[in-house]
Design a protein around this ligand. Structure first.
Ligand code: PHE
Length: 345
């Protein structure tokens, strides 16, 4: 009698192991039959009362085996189904389909030009300094050898902050020279890119806001020749290896001697004639040896140190490079204009 029951359970286990449910329906049928609330294993546990005591343990283990086999077979079926589904999803992906278009932004031509200038000077050891656009009178003018009654203040019409005679929008990045020299011991070798403001009538050629890059190199025995060589290197990196430069005497309150630097642009076509006023030469920047008085104003010993400084406008260089005829385009942020620079870096 007891043996009969044992045989029945063994047969059930064999049946479970052979079942291997595969389709969704098979797996569900299998679950209902062997693991559901009215499954066929459950009643067998009740048979334990007909088993002699010495075989009760063996019987319990066998019924448990049946239950565990059913659970394992069910899980295998579920796993197989999931894998099949994943395979199907993969098979349905069209790997040759074009990717979703990415909406790429573009760099502003001012940033592209500025970054190029920064890159050129960083390669020869200049460090980038970024400073405030709201300056005080001292850093923008006084320290730079331009006291209150100095006629040079008229050269740059200044925006003062409301009700202030002290705070202003910097008129040039030369204010960064004063910031650096007062907080740092020489040697100093920096470039300072940034936005500057002047109260000027807006036209195709001038704007009340624009960008400059300032350069400053202070050390022992820094000479005019060092400046010229640095600026020649810059011009040739920026405008091509055979670019020629010339320095014309000029005046700035904070440099002595001062100069303006031109690059030779050429006179190939009518536009060249127009932008160089028929000379072939284009003015790019102002420069000079830092006036000893400026060093002293900023607490640097002018008997020990000397240096040079230069300042260049960005807009004009960007306009030359990209043949942009109206400076206002650079500040209007019209996407039809900006998206033309997608390929520029
Ligand atoms: N700050 C001057 C300008 O804005 C340029 C300059 C900078 C000249 C440094 C000489 C030295 O025109």
């Amino acid at each position: 009698m007891a043996q009969e029951i044992f045989d029945k359970v063994n047969a059930l286990i064999a049946e479970i192991k052979a079942a291997e449910p595969k389709t969704k329906e098979e797996v569900e049928q299998f679950r209902i039959k062997y693991l559901g609330s009215k499954n066929v294993i459950k009643p067998i546990f009740g048979e334990i009362k007909n088993i002699p005591n010495e075989r009760k343990k063996e019987f319990g283990q066998l019924v448990n085996e049946a239950k565990q086999s059913a659970e394992a077979a069910f899980q295998q079926g579920v796993d197989a189904l999931e894998n099949a589904q994943a395979d199907e999803t993969l098979a349905n992906i069209d790997l040759s389909a074009p990717a979703e278009p990415m909406n790429l932004g573009s760099h502003h031509p001012i940033s592209v030009t500025m970054n190029k200038i920064i890159d050129i000077f960083e390669r020869i050891g200049f460090m980038v300094e970024e400073e405030r656009e709201i300056e005080d009178d001292w850093h923008n003018f006084t320290a730079m050898n331009t006291p209150e009654d100095h006629p040079a203040r008229d050269m740059q019409d200044t925006y003062y902050l409301k009700d202030s005679t002290e705070n202003l929008l910097r008129t040039h990045t030369s204010s960064v020279q004063a910031r650096c020299m007062t907080r740092q011991e020489p040697p100093i070798r920096i470039i300072a890119p940034g936005r500057v403001y002047r109260n000027e009538t807006i036209s195709a050629r001038s704007h009340c806001q624009f960008h400059q890059v300032e350069g400053l190199y202070i050390g022992e025995g820094v000479s005019f020749a060092d400046m010229k060589q640095t600026l020649l290197y810059f011009a040739q990196e920026m405008y091509g290896a055979d670019t020629k430069i010339r320095l014309r005497p000029s005046y700035f309150p904070f440099t002595e001697p001062s100069a303006e630097m031109d690059v030779y642009w050429g006179l190939k076509d009518e536009v060249d004639h127009r932008i160089t006023k028929g000379t072939g030469w284009l003015e790019i920047l102002g420069c000079g040896m830092v006036d000893p008085q400026v060093l002293e104003n900023c607490g640097i010993d002018s008997s020990k140190y000397s240096g040079f400084a230069f300042g260049m406008g960005i807009e004009r260089q960007a306009m030359l490079k990209y043949r942009i005829s109206d400076i206002r385009l650079l500040f209007e942020n019209d996407v039809r204009f900006l998206k033309q620079f997608k390929s520029a870096f």
